[in-house]
Design a protein. Structure first.
Length: 45
């Protein structure tokens, strides 16, 4: 898996979001949209 950054889009981002969601991390209003926005970044940190 490549390093992802704020603003990235695509299947790799969706995969990360699905894993975070399964672990009950809050993705905010972004949800599982395949976009690496501030809520997804905060969940990863």
């Amino acid at each position: 898996m490549r390093t992802l950054g704020l603003g990235d889009r695509g299947k790799e981002v969706s995969d990360v979001q699905q894993r975070l969601f399964a672990l009950r991390f809050d993705l905010g209003g972004e949800g599982l949209d395949g976009f690496l926005g501030p809520h997804t970044v905060a969940a990863v940190k």
